[in-house]
Design a protein around this ligand. Structure first.
Ligand code: NAD
Ligand code: SER
Length: 314
């Protein structure tokens, strides 16, 4: 059997760093090639190969795939919700063309698998707020959400029309401490920890009662790898799976942090990101992922907060 050789695109980002390190543990350091437009993240240095790559340059991407005998691609390069609203054309171009470049090359080179994440941002103000189901009214209002929803259907199309084994998860807001977040609406749930530890205070850009679906990075990485390692006949969703673990508001997160840092205080100054957050569901129904490939989160708000504070305090 041919050995797997994996290319991670966007490897220096919030998810990319941790996913690359996790994949290197499974597949071997030299079988997982990290790539990004920006320089190699410090945490990746010395752990395996790195190539600079612009996902918009399809020819160069194709050359790398052939030269390195790539069999799988994890495509993480994208512009997230908040940054996307500042430059809608750029977000649309990168998020769409990047995906189409990868899907075309996967088709031509008969890659074994492709991973591409979607987001809870596909949902809009007309979607159910509580336990938002997999299939429901989906009318996104951000350019990021529109690009993710269109991307889901391109994945579905390439799977059914050309047999490309592309798999996807609709991540909620991801919380982590190893690499910085890239401009999302849920980034407050990361900044708050840093500020609580360093300054004992935080000004939140969302209102105190803004409930959003969230997930701790170890769960997201494990879920991604479990999805990718599941037999193809277990994958019933070829757009993108709902996946969920916890939901909380800034007020609830602040109160949990106070259990560890009693003199921490929070103030609220909602900005344009509040408008985005208000359109998203408060919680997600992920029963199809649970049934199809046994998805189960391990971290709740309490366990995640404890782990974040312990690690950031080191
Ligand atoms: P990030 O912004 O931290 O990382 C993206 C990486 O892509 C960056 O390192 C950036 O330099 C790189 N990149 C940008 N343009 C590129 C290009 N032209 N060529 C090559 N690389 C380029 O984002 P992230 O949080 O790690 O998100 C990764 C994926 O997961 C994205 O598709 C995002 O939409 C999705 N997602 C993330 C979250 C979250 O909370 N982090 C939630 C839902 C979905
Ligand atoms: N965390 C992401 C964002 O806020 C959700 O896709 O943009």
């Amino acid at each position: 059997m041919q050995k797997e050789k994996i290319l991670v695109i966007g490897a220096s980002g919030q998810i990319g760093v941790e996913l690359t390190l996790a994949l290197r543990k499974i597949y071997g350091n030299y079988n997982v090639i990290a790539s990004d437009l920006r320089e190699e993240n410090d945490l990746l240095k010395g752990t395996g190969p790195y190539v600079p790559l612009d996902i918009m340059n399809k020819e160069m991407l194709h050359v790398q795939v052939i030269r390195q005998n790539i069999t799988q691609i994890y495509l993480l390069a994208a512009i997230l919700s908040a940054t996307g609203e500042k430059n809608p054309n750029l977000a649309w171009n990168l998020n769409m063309q990047g995906l189409l470049n990868v899907l075309d090359i996967a088709k031509e080179e008969h890659l074994h698998k492709v991973y591409w994440p979607s987001s809870i941002a596909v949902f809009g103000p007309t979607s159910p707020k509580i336990n938002c189901p997999q299939q429901t009214i989906i009318e996104p209002t951000t350019v990021y959400g529109i690009s993710k929803y269109a991307g889901e259907f391109w994945c579905n199309y390439y799977h059914h029309r050309y047999g490309v084994d592309v798999r996807s998860l609709r991540y909620p807001g991801l919380i982590s401490y190893k690499s910085a977040p890239g401009g999302g609406t849920t980034d407050y749930a990361i900044e708050i920890f840093q500020e609580a530890i360093e300054e004992k205070k935080y000004e939140c850009f969302l209102a105190k009662d803004t409930y959003l679906p969230m997930m701790y990075m170890p769960d997201a990485i494990r879920g991604t790898i479990e999805l990718m390692e599941s037999p193809a006949d277990k994958i019933s969703i070829r757009t993108s799976y709902n996946i969920s673990s916890m939901s909380f508001s800034p007020e609830q997160l602040a109160s949990e942090i106070k259990n560890f840092i009693p003199d921490f205080s929070i103030t609220y100054k909602p900005d344009y990101r509040q408008t985005i957050a208000t359109t998203w569901p408060q919680s997600i129904d992920d029963s199809i992922a649970r049934n199809d490939w046994n998805w189960k989160p391990e971290y709740d708000l309490k366990k995640m907060t404890k782990d974040m504070i312990e690690n950031l305090s080191k």
